[in-house]
Design a protein around this ligand. Sequence first.
Ligand SMILES: [Ca+2]
Ligand SMILES: [Ca+2]
Length: 178
Amino acid sequence: MSEEWMKEFEKDCPDGFLREDEFVAHYSDYFSAGNQRRKEALAKQIFRTFDKDASGCVDFWEFMCGMSALLRGTTVEKLKWAFSMYDLDGNGYICTTELLNVLKLMHELRYPSATEEELEKVQAPLEKVRDRVFNELDRDGDGRLELREFVEGVRKNPALLKMVEEGGDDDCTVQRLK
Ligand SMILES: [Ca+2]
Ligand SMILES: [Ca+2]
């Protein structure tokens, strides 16, 4: 597995570094459908979770750490990665706006060809999902999810993460919320 990654990485990054704009371009091409601006926003966010020292470049080591946490990590490692992905501004907690934005991005990933109108329609159900997730996870009720609240809460109730990943837009999720 890691040898394949090494090859891919060397092909894409002959100088040993992957820059943000290269990653974003690569990613946008990979998902041919979907709104360009939103795809770029998501790609930047994924890149940022890899770019641990915020240098704007990901070296092979950072790339490997990111990928292995994502693909082969323990539940806690995956949850930490999810947390850093959801914490869009990187200030150490997830606020309600960030969670809603993540829900929208996840929805767009599942339905890359959704029109603006369709996205408008899912706004209300996604807000419900957000409220539900906060009710469950925000133990101290301060409107912020900290890493500890997030990891412990989702470990106790994995269905919550599934709701976030699946965007809560299918009928059964909406049903479950009623
Ligand atoms: Ca934040
Ligand atoms: Ca809190």
